[in-house]
Design a protein around this ligand. Structure first.
Ligand code: N2P
Length: 332
């Protein structure tokens, strides 16, 4: 009687899902729990690096995580992921095949695409009178304290590397040092380094320019039509966030059921409509509202993403990336 009265004793099996902030429609989780009778313990991280550290620390175990390309590549290399049993994921057939067999998981043994996108500049048309077509504008003194950069090491280093005309996957320490100097030079102009908070900042008209992920740009433009999104002419990052199962997962079958559920067109469509990001499931796009379905920000043409690069795992020079980012953040 005590247990019943106290409302505890949930005897359902459970899965631990660890995802980016603002990256799912919470109703979808409820639907999954009801349909499968599996309880979802849901928690969130802000960057790939935070996710990596959390996993390495041990202590908590997760059944589904959703890292980006380069982090998946690193986790595979370090033996941190478990191979999928695709027999348990029949909805994989709903995923557009152009999202399969990308370099970070060459035969899709470990990962199932969740969302994808680009990195670009969102700006407020009432606050910016220059043409926005280059990363250079983020170093323009005129916009001092009106600039938001991403609180994410690979993305922000990529902006500086592209501005300098280098690859965002450079393995040349001198180029990375130059990028660091650019970012330190820029610091006095930057109002904040933000993640999910950038949406409120830009929707509220509090800043002029921000580096953002395309899906967040879709969500922001929906709320504030003064905003516009641009992929700068120097090019940008094309990224893929995919669902994977850590090798330490305790409920692999539950994890596969969850991944399969996420690939159902109606579920992918709900998530996409709610968060604004781009789904790799064509049937999910068909049922989206026109503003998202026809959004060039969410679904750019091949031409518009011609000048992009996918992040790669920096492997043996990863410490240099980490060190340089720490130095940028501390202004050294
Ligand atoms: C969602 C963050 C998406 C991450 N808030 C882009 N890779």
């Amino acid at each position: 009687m005590g247990a019943i009265a106290a409302g505890c004793g949930d005897s359902r099996p459970s899965i631990n899902v660890y995802n980016w902030g603002d990256y799912i429609d919470k109703d979808v989780i409820k639907e999954f729990e009801e349909e499968y009778n599996i309880k979802v313990n849901y928690s969130m991280y802000a960057t790939n690096e935070d996710l990596y550290v959390k996993l390495k620390q041990g202590g908590s175990s997760y059944d589904v995580i959703i890292p980006s390309d380069y982090m998946i590549e690193r986790m595979i290399r370090e033996g941190m992921l478990s191979k999928l049993d695709t027999n348990n994921i029949p909805n994989l057939q709903n995923v557009d095949e152009k999202f399969f067999n990308l370099d970070f998981d060459p035969s899709n043994e470990y990962s199932v695409p969740y969302m994808w996108g680009t990195v670009g500049i969102i700006y407020n048309k009432t606050k910016v009178d220059d043409v926005v077509d280059s990363w250079d504008i983020l170093w323009n003194e005129k916009y001092k304290d009106q600039i938001i950069m991403l609180n994410s090491q690979r993305d922000t280093l990529a902006v500086a590397l592209l501005k300098l005309g280098y690859s965002m996957n450079t393995r040349d320490i001198n180029e990375l040092e130059e990028a660091k100097q650019e970012l330190i030079k820029q610091r006095p102009l930057v109002w904040a380094y933000q993640g999910d908070e950038v949406k409120d900042t830009m929707i509220g008209g509090e800043a002029a320019l921000a580096v953002v992920w395309s899906g967040d740009a879709v969500a922001m433009i929906r709320q504030n039509p003064d905003l516009a999104y641009v992929i700068p002419k120097e090019g940008t990052n094309l990224w893929f966030d995919s669902m994977v199962i850590p090798s330490t997962a305790k409920n692999k079958e539950g994890a596969e059921a969850f991944i399969n559920f996420m690939c159902r067109p109606d579920i992918a469509s709900k998530n996409t409509d709610y968060i604004g990001y781009s789904t790799p499931i064509p049937k999910a796009i068909e049922t989206l509202p026109d503003d998202i379905k026809n959004s060039k920000v969410a679904y750019p043409s091949d031409e518009e993403i011609k000048n992009t690069e996918i992040f790669k795992d920096p492997m043996d020079i990863i410490q240099e990336y980490d060190r340089i980012w720490t130095e940028v953040m501390s202004g050294q």
